[in-house]
Design a protein around this ligand. Structure first.
Ligand code: GAP
Length: 513
């Protein structure tokens, strides 16, 4: 685990050093849990968004996109339940003055018991070798059985407290489990209180005439309140979906793990409107479709798993996360929720406008049910970055840091390099750049030795380097170096476009879906 933490630290500093992610307001000592994307980060992020957007809107003729405003009428958040229920239970430690999420403290305690069980099992596996019967060991070893019993009871107690919103019980669990503050090491806790995660601001210029508005905590509500507009103007027939990419804001109590939990982040959400009663069928369908989208990137199928929710949000009748194995464990990247007709019904009630669909096949009107797929752009970015990072030792003792980014997501697709800065090689290289740049993000680089230039491109994940040498001037061929294998092949300049395009286009990913 400590080793994984080291790797994660290296990834964070690599992200800064190579222009992917910077701390926001860094020259003023930063702003907690807010980040800026640099020159390479923004390209990677845009490619992730393009892959999602095209997979939704190009590959499904019944899904269209919108771009709604961040500010919305405040009653929307009353109707959606966010004003009353978008809370996290927080607790303070009186000695360290640090604030924590009570649920996270308890979940961490459960994870520690899980770790103890797995350590026992791993030790026994090593001891008994081939003859080890893991299932039997888990059922019979007294220490494992005791830990498991403790874990199950604690988990049940925690789930019950969360489902009942019982803040006193959450505090009692923290006390009974003897959970200490990681900073002060004490158990001097305050009571658990609810904390609303929405940011508020004032809209309007005069004190009397102004009203409190919220920065949206999810993009989904912008879709719900435009349901009628899109359905009518787009003549959409159920089932159909509306997709949106945009910023969301949450005043997270504990912001941890770099861009994993931020206060300003970006979401890619799609609300799919279906007939009542058909929602669970569509829920299963979207679970599969979304996992396929992730796996097509080739980051490793074993890095994904579903995690079904036990505590359902106030609007859902089924919910699953797609988790990805980050250096700090399996974590949620995307949520798939069956949101029933909760949101549309609430907006019908609060706005007084009829939000119904007339189904010509059934010859009846109803409030559509909704399946939502909701993925964080930043978490997706983090999962791609973490799984791509590798420190490689090469033959001859040399080493390199390489980002094995999926080629279609890489910020720069190819770098063109004259072997030397003379003899007309730079002009020839520029000629190639001027041709390729219309289709691919192309770099020109003539500084330093060719080895150093390759390393720079490896570090930002550029799939191809093209080197122009003296032979190029004679026969119009160049060397094409592939990032992962480092293999170099001599190819004709005229063939470059096709060779590169086949591997780096978003199209190549979409065709796998
Ligand atoms: N509309 C449903 C919704 O917002 P959510 O599970 O709260 O559901 C969806 O959020 C996704 O948004 C998450 O799976 C995660 O990828 C991303 N997300 C949520 N909070 C985030 C935060 N504080 N920082 C970065 N990403 C976040």
């Amino acid at each position: 685990m400590a080793q994984q933490e080291d790797v994660f630290k290296k990834i964070v500093s690599h992200a800064k050093e190579y222009g992917f992610v910077f701390q926001s307001s860094e020259i003023y000592d930063g702003l907690a849990a807010v980040y800026d994307y640099g020159q390479n980060g923004v390209e990677l992020k845009n490619n992730i968004k393009r892959y999602w957007w095209d997979a939704m809107t190009l590959l499904h003729e019944n899904i269209v996109g919108i771009d709604s405003a961040i500010f919305m009428h405040p009653t929307i958040w009353k109707a959606s339940g966010h004003v009353d229920a978008f809370n996290d239970p927080l607790i303070d430690n009186r000695d360290s003055k640090k604030r924590y999420r009570a649920d996270v403290l308890i979940e961490d305690a459960i994870a520690k018991i899980d770790d103890k069980i797995e350590t026992e099992v791993a030790k026994a596996k090593k001891r008994f070798g081939e003859s080890f019967d893991e299932a039997l060991y888990r059922q019979t070893n007294p220490r494992v059985v005791e830990h498991q019993k403790h874990r199950d009871e604690l988990h049940q107690r925690y789930s019950d407290a969360m489902n009942a919103n019982d803040l006193n019980e959450l505090k009692q669990i923290i006390l009974d489990e003897e959970i200490v503050c990681p900073i002060s090491g004490t158990r001097n806790w305050t009571d658990v209180r609810q904390f609303n995660l929405m940011f508020k601001t004032e809209m309007g210029s005069t004190a009397d005439g102004s009203m409190t508005v919220y920065l949206r905590p999810e993009t989904a509500q912008g879709i719900f309140v435009n349901y009628l507009n899109v359905q009518k103007t787009g003549r959409m027939r159920i089932p159909f979906g509306i997709a949106q990419i945009g910023k969301a804001f949450r005043n997270e109590i504990v912001a941890r793990q770099f861009i994993f939990r931020m206060r300003e982040f970006e979401q890619m959400e799609m609300q799919f409107f279906v007939r009542p009663g058909e929602e669970l069928k569509w829920f299963e369908e979207w679970k599969k479709t979304r996992l396929k989208w992730h796996k097509a990137l080739g980051l490793g199928d074993e890095k994904y798993r579903y995690h079904d929710h036990e505590k359902l949000a106030h609007y859902a009748n089924a919910a699953t996360d797609i988790e990805f194995e980050m250096p700090f464990g399996f974590k949620e990247v995307e949520g798939i929720h069956s949101r029933t007709n909760f949101d549309l019904s609430q907006h019908e009630k609060f706005s007084g406008k009829k939000i119904q669909y007339f189904d010509p096949e059934l010859n009846e009107s109803y409030t559509p049910y909704v399946i939502e797929t909701s993925i964080g752009v930043d978490r997706m970015f983090l999962s791609v970055l973490c799984s791509s990072y590798e420190e490689q030792t090469l033959e001859g003792g040399d080493s390199r840091v390489v980002l094995h980014l999926p080629a279609a997501l890489a910020p720069v697709k190819c770098a063109v390099m004259p072997l030397v800065k003379k003899d007309g090689l730079p002009d020839k290289a520029r000629e190639i750049v001027n041709d390729l740049k219309f289709d691919f993000a192309t770099h020109y680089d003539e500084k330093d030795s060719i080895g150093k230039r390759y390393r720079r491109q490896d570090a930002i994940g550029t799939p191809y380097c093209i080197t122009v040498d003296h032979q190029t001037l004679e026969d119009d061929t160049v060397t094409l170096r592939e990032r992962d294998s480092m293999q170099q092949t001599r190819v004709k300049i005229a063939d470059l476009h096709k060779l590169i395009h086949d591997n780096v286009s978003i199209n190549s990913l979409l065709r796998k879906l």
